[in-house]
Design a protein around this ligand. Sequence first.
Ligand code: NAD
Length: 319
Amino acid sequence: MLVTGGAGFLGSHLCDRLIAEGCSVVCVDNFFTGAKRNVAHLLNHPGFELLRHDVTFPLYVEVNQIFNLACPASPIHYQHDPVQTTKTSVHGAINMLGLAKRTRAKIFQASTSEVYGDPEVHPQAESYWGRVNPIGIRSCYDEGKRCAETLFFDYHRQHRLRIKVARIFNTYGPRMHPHDGRVVSNFIVQALTNQPITIFGDGSQSRSFCYVSDLIEGFMRLMASPDEVTGPVNLGNPVEFTIAELAELVIKLTNSKSKLIRNPLPQDDPKQRKPDTTLAESKLGWRATVPLEKGLEQTIAYFDELLRTTGELAGARAR
Ligand SMILES: NC(=O)c1ccc[n+]([C@@H]2O[C@H](COP(=O)([O-])OP(=O)(O)OC[C@H]3O[C@@H](n4cnc5c(N)ncnc54)[C@H](O)[C@@H]3O)[C@@H](O)[C@H]2O)c1
């Protein structure tokens, strides 16, 4: 099994799951947003191999299955070098699809709910084509991922590759990057350090939050599904919360003294985001099961530990 982006948040949980199931795993990462510490516990495992490599360059390894997760996922990181972000999605997809073609491997793409852009329909089903700004500051990510989907389906039609495309909705859990600006990690770090919790806009915009173990179960089921199940398949938790509700819950679970402050809404920020998971339920028998409060407890425990042991958040805590 090849996992690109394997030292990242989702990739490292996927590596854990594959190793637990007895697979041999080649984990590929350029460590742009990933970290060795996410897979450090696997380094001595005989079935695990870690390779520093950038997927925008070709890769020659012998594998049966490829999970293509390499791509920075948070706006702060993907906007840092937008040209590299598009290259990672597009050249990365071409390189991994080329590898799949040569080895006849089955290949999985970590796509995103961002392919729906700022949607006019709610919730979003896979049949919805999206409303995406092609020239905005989020376009390197959104359009890069859309183009990657196109490549996957063209390789499927033209070269008969076995493909699996998952459209992932907001997922959270331990090993999220502490400074990536994503709402769950942001709120938790702010609450644990008793800093003000920044809400963009009035906090009435809604999001759905999927816990990482639920998502990885969805990945495994999709990869194991019959060849005719190509996706795209939405994977996410359809239970909606407003951003203000999330902030209140994080404050409660951390016993924080943080106050809420409001900042202007960033450009192209979607107002609502909720998956229609009917397809995943019918084709994969999958649905998210971990309640937000339970998942947040695990995630808060992870960040609390990170704060105390690595000093990574020391600056934030001192403020
Ligand atoms: N977490 C979510 O809520 C979410 C939602 C939708 C889609 N996704 C997708 O899932 C995948 C994993 O996301 P994540 O949340 O784990 O983010 P992440 O940033 O933690 O992981 C991405 C990994 O890819 C690596 N990477 C980036 N560019 C690379 C390159 N050119 N070559 C090799 N490695 C590279 C990073 O170093 C990192 O380890 C991404 O493709 C992302 O777009 C995630």
